[in-house]
Design a protein around this ligand. Structure first.
Ligand SMILES: C[S@@+](CC[C@H](N)C(=O)[O-])C[C@H]1O[C@@H](n2cnc3c(N)ncnc32)[C@H](O)[C@@H]1O
Length: 344
């Protein structure tokens, strides 16, 4: 069914997957989740569910307002580069629907948004329906949408979305790292995207840059580091600051970002992400740290103009203030990636 309605795919109704993909057998045996994995997934869901919508004034007063605008610019650039008129889009971990307007501008034809946090899906639905919430403009979107609450890294989405597939574009913004708690979840995430994209379809995303985080950890005196707007803390088990290449999953840290995030996250070594993605028939188009991304796309006039309108990197003129050095440091913690499902 390709029309906006709500539902909640229950993960318990899906048994262990019989995927057509070539899984690592060890990964498969862990497809059924243990209790601690579920507890952490719930912690993440509860954290995001509890975050209420802000008024426009509250948003503008945020200590990371320019970082939020910069992240919106990065996502807008990715969407403008890869979404085409009429595309069917799958937005994994769509949150409160902050990207709906970006997809509308790209004139997509259909949208499916899924998030584990029921509060966020409710906000997303409010935004999509154009109801008067207290900080968004009323907006009528030109594309039909299906919004669902569910765990994108556990549920077999190819079954849930059998009638909606194939998609042209899949987007997973600032969320892929929540799949890296176990190999099984990481594989489920990639298997889901691969099964739902058409051959040649595009997978865009943003997530923490493991190289930067590990480098900062090693430079820090203890197991924590940060600045006035964020901190990251690793547990004692990582006191040697060494990570076995034989087990690149489940490397947990606590992330706090003022006015945004306060929950467990997992390191995603990008070379492992890329290798695993290749097993699921993806090829890497590019990966760029967000600093490099900004530098490169700010060479293009159309994106400079977009940046001016969003106001992340103001120049002090026309009342535009700019990103603080501490916010810019947070931008360095993230990367943007583009994968293509092989076209055969
Ligand atoms: C930093 S927010 C990003 C939201 C949105 N993609 C954006 O860019 O505005 C991370 C989102 O990931 C969602 N999330 C975390 N784990 C998830 C999971 N297992 N399945 C679906 N969504 C998940 C959270 O609920 C939250 O909305």
């Amino acid at each position: 069914m390709k029309r906006g309605y709500s539902e909640s795919p229950s993960s318990s109704s899906h048994g262990p997957p019989q995927s057509k993909f070539k899984h690592n057998p060890e990964g498969d045996t862990h497809f059924l989740e243990d209790e601690s994995t579920k507890i952490f997934a719930r912690k993440v869901a509860d954290h995001y569910s509890a975050r209420t919508n802000q008024t426009l004034e509250e948003r503008e007063a945020s200590p990371i307002i320019h970082l939020k605008k910069l992240n919106n610019w990065i996502k807008s650039v990715l969407i403008q580069l890869y979404a085409k008129r009429g595309d069917a889009v799958l937005d994994l971990a769509c949150g409160k629907g902050g990207d709906l307007i970006k997809w509308d501008k790209a004139k997509i034809g259909y949208y499916v948004g899924i998030d584990i946090a029921d509060g966020s899906i409710e906000d997303c639905r409010t935004r999509y329906n154009g109801e008067a919430d207290h900080h968004q403009r009323r907006k009528k979107f030109s594309f039909p949408a299906r919004l669902m609450c569910g765990d994108c890294f556990e549920v077999r989405l190819d079954r849930v979305l059998a009638d909606d597939a194939p998609f042209d574009v899949c987007s997973c913004q600032f969320a892929m790292h929540y799949s890296w708690s176990t190999e099984a979840r990481a594989r489920r995430a990639l298997a889901n995207v691969s099964a739902l994209l058409r051959p040649g379809g595009i997978f865009i995303g943003t997530m923490p840059d493991a190289n930067v985080i590990i480098k900062k950890l090693r430079e820090a005196e203890g197991l924590a580091f940060g600045n006035s707007v964020y901190w990251i803390r690793f547990d004692e088990e990582f006191s040697e600051k060494k990570f076995k290449s034989s087990n690149p999953f489940g490397i947990k840290y606590k992330f706090h970002l003022e006015d945004a995030v306060d929950c467990p996250e997992w390191i995603v070594p990008f070379h492992v992400f890329k290798a695993l993605a290749e097993e699921y028939d993806f090829e890497l188009v590019f990966v760029k740290n967000n600093h490099v991304f900004v530098e490169e796309y700010m060479k293009k006039p159309e994106f400079v103009e977009l940046m001016r309108r969003l106001g992340a990197l103001g120049d002090g003129n026309q009342d535009q203030s700019t990103l603080s050095p501490d916010e810019w440091e947070v931008a360095y913690l993230y990367l943007a990636f583009v994968l293509r499902k092989v076209p055969y």
